[in-house]
Ligand binder design. Sequence first.
Ligand SMILES: NC(=O)c1ccc[n+]([C@@H]2O[C@H](COP(=O)([O-])OP(=O)(O)OC[C@H]3O[C@@H](n4cnc5c(N)ncnc54)[C@H](O)[C@@H]3O)[C@@H](O)[C@H]2O)c1
Ligand SMILES: C[C@@H](O)[C@H](N)C(=O)O
Ligand SMILES: [Zn+2]
Ligand SMILES: [Zn+2]
Length: 350
Amino acid sequence: MADKMIAIMKSKPAYGAELVEVDVPKPKEGEVLIKVLATSICGTDLHIYEWNEWAQSRIKPPQIMGHEVAGEVVEVGPGVEDIQVGDYISAETHIVCGKCYQCRTGNYHVCQNTKIFGVDTDGVFAEYAIVPAQNAWKNPKNIPPEYATLQEPLGNAVDTVLAEPVAGKTVLITGAGPLGLLGITVAKAAGASLVIVSEPSDFRRELARKVGADVVINPFEEDVVKEVRDLTDGNGVDVFLEFSGAPKALEQGLQAVTPAGRVSLLGLFPRDVSIDFNNLIIFKSLTVYGITGRHLWQTWYTVSRLLQSGKLNLDPIITHKYKGFDKFEEAFELMRAGKTGKVVFFPHRK
Ligand SMILES: NC(=O)c1ccc[n+]([C@@H]2O[C@H](COP(=O)([O-])OP(=O)(O)OC[C@H]3O[C@@H](n4cnc5c(N)ncnc54)[C@H](O)[C@@H]3O)[C@@H](O)[C@H]2O)c1
Ligand SMILES: C[C@@H](O)[C@H](N)C(=O)O
Ligand SMILES: [Zn+2]
Ligand SMILES: [Zn+2]
């Protein structure tokens, strides 16, 4: 095995990142070293690349970026018992303490001491990467790396869509970025009867259609609430799934969901939002879920089984594939411009 590797490094506290050659790391106690077979860009990586306010407050350069991954274990550190060389793994990104009130009551996804892999630690935009063994998820060998790397964001989408069953239900999804697109395919695979998607970008509305949305709406040109009511006999949708982080989309969705309906909120709003709680939530008797991360490990089982079922339509969502990291700047700029679905890198050229 090589002793040097190429990695995308957030090397300075400024816009951008650098391609560097560094030593292949050695796994320490409780860690494994993987050969990265595929890795994908998350919106969080983009924020780190852009060096926005959140990134400035959290990231400590120099640090290898990236957290969505599929890889083969090539070395295990001391004390690792359940993972062997040759295992094919992905990684949960929330490194939890196992000791706090939430962990001890099974709510690991809201651990009070969560550290985020690839945000608070070196990540996976590299030819090789260290993964904490407690965060490794073993993949069946028949799932291709370009799908296996999507399991972490698919977990966000699964928890959003399947907070309650959607079979036979009418669904509104606001926002068809990478997460919303994954939400569409999960909702269709889980038997939603009608999936309506509101998304202002022409490119992403087209992707939404290819992924399986039944109806797409441009919220900047059409009346979302009226369109939804027209499509649902005037009742509104059973389920509203917010994937955009746009305050206007939140308001439209709450108006468009039927009384006693269900709402899941994944999108993160850029500022405090003002909502008519009385009329849009309380008098409508809505059930509202805040969604964060993934339930450990229930969500990973669901995601893995959905992948194995072949029912997810991921190919139209993976709009860009790169062999090696040479064109990483192009990839980040395309993503910034909203001209991508998921972007996947294959760090090793063969
Ligand atoms: N809660 C969590 O654990 C978690 C995890 C991952 C991502 N997120 C959040 O989920 C959201 C989606 O992630 P993403 O990577 O797909 O982001 P993204 O920014 O790529 O996608 C958001 C989409 O919403 C669209 N949009 C903007 N205004 C809209 C409006 N008024 N109505 C409908 N759509 C509108 C945009 O055109 C864009 O395509 C983000 O806010 C992200 O921060 C949350
Ligand atoms: C870290 C963040 O980007 C990740 N997608 C999460 O679910 O928490
Ligand atoms: Zn992420
Ligand atoms: Zn904890």
